[in-house]
Design a protein around this ligand. Sequence first.
Ligand SMILES: [Cu+2]
Length: 470
Amino acid sequence: MNSRRQFFKAAGIAGGAIAAAAVSRVAMAALPEPVFQTLPDTMPPLLPQTGRPYNPVVTLNGWTLPWRMNQGVKEFHLVAEAVVREMAPGMKAHLWGYNGQSPGPTIEVVEGDRVRVFVTNKLPEHTSVHWHGQRLPNGMDGVTGLNQPGINPGKTFVYEFVARRPGTFMYHPHADEMTQMAMGMMGFWVTHPKEKHPLIDEVQRDFCFLLNAYDIDPGSYTPKIMTMLDFNLWSWNSRIFPGIDSLNVRLNDKVRIRVGNLTMTNHPIHLHGHEFEVTGTDGGPTPEGGRWPEVTTDIAVGQMRQIEFVASEEGDWAFHCHKSHHTMNAMGHDVPTMIGVDHRDVVKKITKLIPDYMVMGERGMADMAEMEMPLPDNTVPMMTGQGPFGGVEMGGMFSVLKVRKDQQAGNYNNPDWYKHPPGSVAFEWTGAMPEPARFKAEGGQSMPLATAPKHDVEVQIRKPSGHSGH
Ligand SMILES: [Cu+2]
């Protein structure tokens, strides 16, 4: 939420001669003007100007698509196209998305709304849009070949259905899915309840974002689409820490966060300092009896989890995926563990050949965050981010929930770091250090081996330098 909503409106239909030539005159006359977004910032909630009122969501590092009311029908215009997405300051990715960004804009409607979505394809291959989780006529479900022909390049298709049930949904192509989703084509859809719903609480803050992942080699711009498991960029809405905005709330606000997973693995999403309940999935609101307190919820592939809590603890609370490899950026893989390995002799020899040679990981990997290693163009450090006490040593799927007493209602601006009350921060012990008590019991093994191992392996431990061990 660092800058104002800035739309630029394309001149004419989708701004392109190809699209204009390919779309029929009738369709052109009826098409709502597409709206594009050029910035990766969290945009303020889009207050509904027409139709039933609702409390709008805020898309983390994203935005909401404006609509046009046409004789009682909410009309949206999605343009599938190649986009340049800044994934974090210093790194831009060449992705596919909708209306200028990846993910596409969030679509917000109200239960019972008749919705018409025009989808113009400006990609080099056919596409379609599947409305994940929605109740709709079969022919609107968007599976290419099964429910409809693909939308060829330059063509515009129309989807129309009634948003029958309230909840959180996603949209993504169902055509050459492996490529198109690996390239970033996806978006969020929120259907608000039309009246007070017994299982849907009113909240003061309502955030949403998608989990996605890319495999982009450091120094390159385009994701590798054949990757199935070994992604190197784990992102929220195609942003990686430190490029993910914080979630800024007022003390004692009721907060809802909707998280959808369109990667190829599960993500245990973990919040510090508060317990939450899962109050809904893409299947609908969770019945009261199926809710219990959690601090981590695992979100499987193709699932959406909606969590709720009262932000009753002031501070800067980490909020992240609990898979530690998912809070790292590119270059975090294929590095051997070097902790405790003495490479002093080897380094001397290598330095004769390669003067700039550095050893990484001798004391753990935090050195890598500290050392300003030369990086290839267009990538970000593996572990990075500066907090009030130094390096945060994170990347990927990590952000901060900022809870503040003085954050005004409806204000999503990023406050300064939390000012801790005196005496409330962990501190260094400077007194005497007692000898540790050692466990000296006999045996110690409840199921001893039948035969002793043939060789004792002797491990030489070298204390990591720079630490005063005991
Ligand atoms: Cu994860």
